[in-house]
Structures are given as C-alpha cells and as structure tokens.
Design a protein around this ligand. Structure first.
Ligand SMILES: CC(=O)SCCNC(=O)CCNC(=O)[C@H](O)C(C)(C)COP(=O)(O)OP(=O)(O)OC[C@H]1O[C@@H](n2cnc3c(N)ncnc32)[C@H](O)[C@@H]1OP(=O)(O)O
Ligand SMILES: CC(C)C(=O)C(=O)O
Length: 578
C-alpha cells in the first residue's frame, strides 16, 4: 500500500538501505588519507564485459579492431572474451593466438564460470598461447546464493574450489602457457565481507599453493553498484587488510556504474589498497556500464600522473570505440565527448579567453613554449590539445554568449584582436541575431555578420555604405603637419579633397568636416594581422557622431589607409543607424 505521508508517492517501502543488507564496518579506515600517485595496473575488459552488454556483439573484425586499439594505446592486460560461451569468442581467441596478434608485453585474459565443461573448453581455446590470465568466477552474494544456486556458503565454496582444482589439473593440457589466475567472487558487493574473504583465501590456496611463488589476482567486482563509493572503498580496505597471504595477491577491482559513481568507486577503491582496475573505454558494459577507463586514465593525467595509456588522440579512440560497440559516446562523456571543451556561456568564454591570453603572455615573457607551460585556464581542466583536440570548438556562440566568445572567434579565425568596447558593441549585434534566429552562430557566421556590420564591400551599389574611400596620398609639410589627398565617393558622387592636420587621421577628419560630416575621434587601436612584407593591418576607430559612439574597422596593407577606412566604416554605420 502506498505511504501517503511521503511527498513523492514513490514506493520506497520496496527498497532496503544497503547498510541493512551488508555490514561494512571500518571505523579506523585509512584510505581517505592516501593519495593516488601512480597509475594502477589496468585491465581492459571491453572485449568481454563490454561486448556481452552490446545490442549487437562485436563480430571478428570489430573484435580485432578493438583489440588492436587497446594494444596500441598501451593496455597490457586485455580480457578478450568468454571462449566457452560461444564459437565467436572461442574463434577470436584462436585468431589472436594463431594470427600472432598478441605482442610480447601483452597478456590476454579469458573468463570462465566455475563449471566443468566451460573450464575445459576455456583451456582448449588457449592452446599455443605463451601466457594468459585464466579468470574464474562464481557468484557469492546472499541473494544469488539463495535464488540462483539455492546453496549454503559451503556449497558455494565447494563450487569455487572444484573449479579452481579443475583449472590446476588442466594446466598439463597447455604446458607451454604461462598461466596467471584471477578469481572473482562475482556479486561481491552483495556478499558478506567475511564470506568474501574466506572464499578468496580458499581459492587462492588452490590456485597458488603456499611456496609456489605464484601470485593470484583477486578481483572484487561491484557487479552491481549498491552503495556510495566510500562504502566500496571501506570494503576494499577491509579485504586488503584481512585477506590472508596478501603478498601473494594482486588485488583488483571491477566497478560497475549502476548509481553513476563507478569512477569514484574505482578511485577510492584504488586509494583503499587495490593494485589493479578493470574497466571499459568510455564506460561501455552491462547496464550503466563498467567503470570508464578513459575517465580514470585522463583523470590521472590531469594530476600530472602518467596514466601509462596514450590518450593523445582521444577522438580517434572514441571513433574506434563507437565503431566497435555501435554505440555513440555521449557529447558530455568526460574528456572525450564532443562538447566537453566547449563553452557557450559568456562568462566562461570570457574567462577562457583571458586565461589563454595570460598563458600566451607568460610564455613570451619567460621564453617558454606554450606547450611546456603549466596549464592554467579557467573552466578547462586540461589543455584539449594534449588529447588531440583543437581549440576551435572551445568557444561556440549562441544566445548565452557574451563579448568574450565572439571576440575569441574573430581572434582565432580572423586574427582580429578587437578592443574591449568594440567587443561590447559587436556582441550586441551578434546577440540581436541569436535572439531573433536562435541556435548557434558559427565562426563563419560571426565573420559574415562582422563584415556586414563593419566592412561592407567598397561598392556603393552592392554595399550599404554612403561613403567610400577610393584612394589616398599623403605628403609631409613639416614636423607637425601632414597634407592628405583623399578620393571619396559620397552618396554616389565622386569628390577629391585635400586636408591638413597633425597626422593623416586628423587631416581626414578635416576633409570630412569640410564636406559636412562632423565626427570626433574618441579611440584608436591598430595591429598587424600577419608578419611579412605583404602584412595586412587592422585599424579600429571609435568616433562620436551626433553625440553617439560608433566603432569602425579598416583592414589594409597600408596602415594609414586602414585607419581612414575605419573612419569611413564608423561613419557609414552612423548613417545606417539614422
Ligand atoms: C557479472 C558478469 O558479467 S559474469 C559474466 C556473464 N557473462 C555471460 O553470461 C556471457 C556468456 N554466457 C553465456 O553464453 C552462457 O550464459 C553460458 C554459456 C556461460 C552458460 O549457458 P547455460 O549453460 O545455458 O546457462 P545460463 O546462461 O542459463 O546460466 C545459468 C546457469 O549457470 C549457472 N551459473 C551461473 N553462474 C555460475 C558460476 N559462476 N559458476 C557456476 N555456475 C554458474 C546457474 O546456476 C545456472 O545453472 P542452472 O541452469 O543449472 O540453473
Ligand atoms: C566476472 C565478473 C568480474 C564481472 O564481470 C562482474 O562481476 O561484473
């Protein structure tokens, strides 16, 4: 019956808090005080746990593509399948072995349930393999013991030990293979810790008898993520402290992401004593996925820790993963999603632009290349370039954007470094467009809007300007005086006029005043657009016309002409406005 006292009306009475199901009691936990200082041993399980969760499991070609990707970027332990489950998986293991696809520093891992026929078939699949990890599992949780196995604890231990013993006995079938064992008490998170410890201890003693010099991987999966990640970390620290023969154990974790905290669980579990992490690229895997190896790896990188995996072309990794899994990676997926380095909002864009400019200034001042500077740009925890992403998509403009974003696009794409007040003026022009038309404005559209506003074609018939500058020449009269001759077209009428001033701009304003156009110069900024003899210059001029302020822009190979064009641009805008 519904509890009418609670607000949501959701059937909360059907769910039991985790701490009432499994006791994880570790008041003297130490993991919160530890720091991650190096990468764990990684194992990529894309070809097994990832693959078993796909709508369309990988065919041989996609499997090989995924395997090669994992090898190329640096994974040394790769779970390649469940060879006893299907002919496809079996054949793929054979292809890897017979095709010589396994590099000397890579070990393949194969999964099997603790069931006789499956274990036998697993060993068959490994014939001729120089080294392999045989991964044996059985479920141990309270719930699975009851509903799947209908067995008591001893029955489950016996099932695991029978499997482990059979594995040992089959080593003679593949004498040339150097076998490492991995044992997983599957559904570990739903298992009492003491029972998990006891079954692992018993299995380890079979798989690596005392004195054998062998190590066993004990993998503690959050098969289903059932609690907050600190609880998982407590349980890992508990096992780390309480497993017998810890020195003979490589403690591995295998988080899933049911509660959306798989990455946190992996990081905290690693802090709590794990040596190794299993996961999948971009978090593919059962239900909400396995823990995302890309996030974990790049998280380390952003702390100045070598992830041991090469993420320098993250888009290529993403494309291959999307192809193999036939599932798209979400735009917001950490580090690799399409939009994760993009700011639309004005204040973010402003801060990013300022951060990049500050780094550029510091690089020049210290004589250091930008690529060697410590990265410090607001809102961007990593330099996208380090992951093979360009700066192009960092700033994109829509109705949420401000002057910084618009100015950034003009700077990056057109080399135009707009003065601050011009940025403010132009961003209003762009915003009028985005407000009326909605959606995103591309860099090309920003440039088109800018040209239309400030650089209309010098052709009165096709452009909208009332005034056009056709030619200009100057001569120096004295130290303080310049004479300027300007050829103009004013509302279709050609005229040639001469003016004198303390510089070309002053002289031009006098010519305009004589022609009945009054304007006062209030600001002037210029810069070159490129280096070299044919360099273009950009000039930005602010005029006061009839009490209102207008910016104008001129671009030309000759800086004087650029300035005069900027004046014409401002005047045309004032005329257009009236
Ligand atoms: C958490 C994980 O990701 S574990 C990996 C899971 N991956 C997969 O299941 C993918 C591949 N699996 C398969 O292709 C098939 O399930 C197979 C080939 C392994 C087994 O197939 P089937 O024999 O038809 O069994 P089915 O798939 O129905 O599995 C259930 C049976 O396995 C038993 N079982 C399940 N896990 C285990 C285990 N770890 N050890 C022993 N027996 C187990 C169950 O008790 C049940 O037995 P029952 O039929 O006697 O009641
Ligand atoms: C086999 C085990 C490790 C597994 O995939 C899981 O528990 O999620």
């Amino acid at each position: 019956m519904k509890n009418t006292q609670q607000a949501s009306g959701m059937p909360i009475h059907r769910y039991v808090p985790f701490h009432e199901q499994i006791k994880v009691d570790l008041p003297d936990r130490t993991w919160p005080n530890t720091r991650i200082e190096r990468a764990p041993r990684w194992c990529a399980v894309d070809l097994r746990d990832g693959n078993q969760a796909l709508i369309d499991p990988m065919d041989a070609e996609r499997k090989l593509t995924m395997f090669k990707l994992l090898v190329d970027i640096g994974y040394k332990e790769i779970e390649v399948g469940f060879p006893s489950a299907s002919q496809t998986d079996f054949d793929f293991v054979r292809t890897l072995i017979e095709g010589g696809h396994i590099p000397d520093d890579v070990t393949i891992q194969v999964l099997t349930q603790a069931r006789e026929h499956l274990i036998r078939r697993t060993y068959e699949s490994l014939e001729g393999c120089p080294r392999a990890i045989v991964h044996l599992y059985n479920s141990t949780s309270v719930l699975q013991r009851e509903v799947v196995f209908r067995s008591d604890k001893q029955g489950i231990i016996d099932l695991a030990l029978d499997g482990a013993r059979l594995c040992r006995s089959l080593e003679s079938v593949i004498p040339g293979t150097d076998i490492t064992y991995e044992y997983s008490p599957e559904s570990y998170t739903g298992t009492e810790l003491e029972f998990a410890r006891d079954i692992c201890n018993a299995v380890v003693d079979v798989l690596a008898p005392v004195g054998s010099g062998k190590k066993v991987i004990v993998n503690l999966p959050a098969t289903v993520e059932m609690a907050t990640p600190n609880v998982y970390a407590d349980s890992i620290e508990w096992m780390h402290r309480n497993l017998a023969r810890r020195e003979d154990i490589i403690l591995s974790i295998h988080p899933h992401n049911d509660r959306g905290t798989g990455v946190a669980a992996a990081e905290l579990g690693y802090m709590a004593g794990a040596d190794r992490i299993e996961g999948c690229l971009f978090g593919n895997g059962e239900r909400t996925g396995n823990v995302d190896l890309v996030t974990l790896g790049v998280n380390l990188f952003t702390q100045g820790i070598d992830p041991q995996i090469d993420f320098s072309d993250i888009d290529a990794i993403r494309r291959t993963v999307e192809y193999c899994n036939q599932i798209r990676v979400h735009e917001r997926s950490p580090w690799g999603g399409d939009l994760v380095y993009t700011a639309f909002s004005g204040s973010h864009q402003d801060a990013i632009k300022k951060g990049l400019e500050a780094m550029e200034r510091d690089a020049i001042a210290s004589g250091t290349h930008m690529d060697d500077m410590v990265w410090s740009v607001p809102y961007l925890p990593v330099d996208p370039k380090d992951l093979g992403r360009s700066y192009e998509a960092i700033i994109r403009v829509n109705s949420q954007s401000g002057k910084g974003g618009v100015a950034y696009l003009l700077k990056v794409h057109q080399n135009l470094d707009l003065p601050r007040r011009l940025q403010m003026e132009f961003s209003k022009v762009v915003q009028q467009r985005t407000d009326s038309e909605g959606g995103e404005v591309s860099a090309a559209s920003v440039w088109a809007i800018f040209q239309d506003e400030y650089l209309p074609v010098d052709d009165v018939e096709h452009g909208w300007g009332m005034l056009r500058l056709r030619g200009v020449s100057t001569s120096t009269l004295s130290d303080r005086e310049v004479q300027l001759t300007a050829k103009l077209t004013k509302r279709g009428e050609d005229l040639e006029a001469v003016g004198v001033g303390n510089g070309p701009i002053d002289a031009f304003l006098h010519i305009l005043a004589d022609a009945g156009i009054e304007a006062r110069l209030t600001d002037y900024v210029e810069h070159t657009l490129s280096a070299g003899a044919d360099a273009q210059a950009a000039s930005y001029i602010e005029l006061e016309v009839d009490g209102a302020s207008y910016w104008g822009v001129g671009i030309h190979g000759d800086i004087t002409t650029a300035s005069l064009k900027a004046i014409v641009s401002a005047l045309n805008r004032s005329a257009r406005n009236n």
